[in-house]
Design a protein around this ligand. Structure first.
Ligand code: ARG
Length: 460
């Protein structure tokens, strides 16, 4: 007989390479805490339902507490021979309390055990992600409040389009993060389900009480179908998908920041604490973190694609393929939490070059829409106004002058509707200030948006 925990029906040992290839202890030990919590709740339920005696429950519980203490102290040694965290902990428990440890696995299989550990792992990390998103949102809102009247070029196609308030830009990212927040929040619903008690696939004949176990572990509900329970990884896919979208938003922001810190833009300066130097060029101050965060998205998309592909075509119920579900999720947790923290610190300490932002709106044609709107306001069809202003812009480009540099005579030659008050409206700050349509970049509109954002932050 094989020496494995499941070795009864085997005559020979597994090939050594198979042991190594099949083992997950190298990574699933990250769920050791969750595995012990799951076992503690399970054994309590076994006692409560009379499936195990009080003495047995006490012995097993004491052994599990012992393991919890040693785990916290970093004293547990795991071995590849025991394949995964579940069998490693069971083996350690047996070493400590003897054969009664074998009773822990009554009415349970590794299939519902691993699913439970994994649910618990994600369930315990989601609040950390939510908090980290909120912290970043708080900084964005702070920056927005401080920069309502900071005027900068607004871009489409990365060309100067119309001047906007810098706060409008911060609030745009705030809103993206709000949707991320809500997605992760919803993620909790499908994570907060207990698979334990589904046993291998079909439930069990033991008179277990799954609601009791769920309550012990703080799960909102139990899976209502045992086949679904042991093979569902939607909650992990949702987590990876939400993380992908979060990272996508941050990578867009990173792209803007890397432009903004360049000499050509010079809109912001990142603090020394979040930048690095060059080993050869003494003058360099590189936005490494901005680039690294932008780059990290590759692995997160990869994890999502990886698990989606692993799950594709997988028959019910548990298959060993499912062992591939964990590493990507662990890595995603270990990537997005520091990413959010670093991003928060980086924005908090960033210096904004307001003069430079404003200056770059004064030396372009981003007030052309203003002039067209001015004419439309005086009754000219907008299309006609667009054409007239387009011709003025063409003239300006040829003569290296902006619209506001042209004399009233020149402007009136283009249209007699233009009067001296036009120069006021052509100022970038005025152009921004007045755009108070709902959601617009006008100062009043922004103050309104900030109020709404504050309410959202306080809500959760
Ligand atoms: N290490 C396995 C995993 O991560 C645990 C479940 C194994 N179950 C089984 N029947 N082989 O998926």
């Amino acid at each position: 007989m094989s020496k494995k925990l499941w070795g009864g029906r085997f005559q020979a040992e597994t090939d050594q390479l198979v042991d190594e290839f099949g083992a997950s202890i190298g990574f699933d030990q990250l769920m050791a805490e969750e595995d012990l919590l799951g076992s503690l709740a399970h054994v309590k339920m076994l006692g409560k339902t009379g499936i195990l005696t009080t003495t047995e429950v006490e012995k097993i519980t004491a052994g599990l507490h012992d393991l919890q203490r040693d785990l916290a102290a970093g004293k547990l040694q795991f071995s590849k021979a025991n394949e995964d965290i579940h069998m490693n902990l069971e083996a350690l428990l047996t070493e400590r309390i003897g054969p009664v440890a074998g009773k822990l696995h009554t009415a349970r299989s590794r299939n519902d055990q691993v699913a439970t550990d994994f649910h618990l792992y994600v369930k315990r990390r989601l609040p950390k992600v939510l908090t980290a998103i909120k912290q970043l949102q708080t900084v964005l809102l702070q920056l927005a409040s401080e920069n309502v009247e900071t005027v900068m070029p607004g871009y489409t196609h990365l060309q100067h389009a119309q001047p906007i308030s810098l706060a409008q830009s911060f609030l745009a990212y705030f809103n993206m993060l709000q949707r991320d927040y809500e997605r992760f929040e919803f993620n909790q619903k499908h994570t907060d389900l207990l698979p334990l008690g589904s046993a291998a696939l079909a439930g069990t004949t033991f008179p277990i009480n799954r609601e009791f176990t769920a309550h012990e572990l703080g799960f909102q509900a139990v899976y209502s179908n045992s086949l679904d329970a042991v093979s569902d990884r939607d909650f992990a896919l949702e987590f990876l998908s939400n993380a992908s979208m979060l990272m996508m938003h941050l990578s867009r922001f990173c792209e803007e920041l890397s432009l903004w810190v360049s000499q050509e833009f010079n809109f912001v300066e990142l603090s020394d604490a979040y930048t690095t130097g060059s080993s050869i060029m003494p003058q360099k101050k590189n936005p490494d973190m901005v680039e690294l965060i932008r780059g990290k998205i590759g692995r997160i998309y990869g994890h999502l694609m990886g698990l989606l592909t692993t799950m594709k075509g997988l028959p019910l119920a548990y298959n060993k393929d499912l062992q591939e579900d964990k590493e990507g999720v662990f890595d995603t947790v270990h990537t997005i939490l520091p990413t959010l923290k670093i991003f928060t610190g980086m924005l908090k300490t960033m210096k904004i070059n307001q003069e430079q932002m404003y200056a770059s709106t004064e030396n372009d044609y981003s007030n052309a829409t203003e002039l067209a709107d001015y004419l439309a306001n005086k009754g000219m069809p907008f299309r006609e106004a667009h054409g007239i202003v387009g011709q003025l812009v063409f003239k300006g480009i040829q003569e290296h002058r902006n619209l506001q540099d042209m004399s009233l005579d020149e402007l009136q030659a283009a249209s007699p509707l233009i009067e001296a008050d036009v120069y006021h409206e052509l100022q970038p700050k005025v152009a921004v200030e007045r755009r108070n349509s709902l959601g617009g970049t006008g100062f009043q509109s922004i103050k309104q948006q900030i109020k709404q954002a504050q309410l959202l932050l306080q809500k959760e």
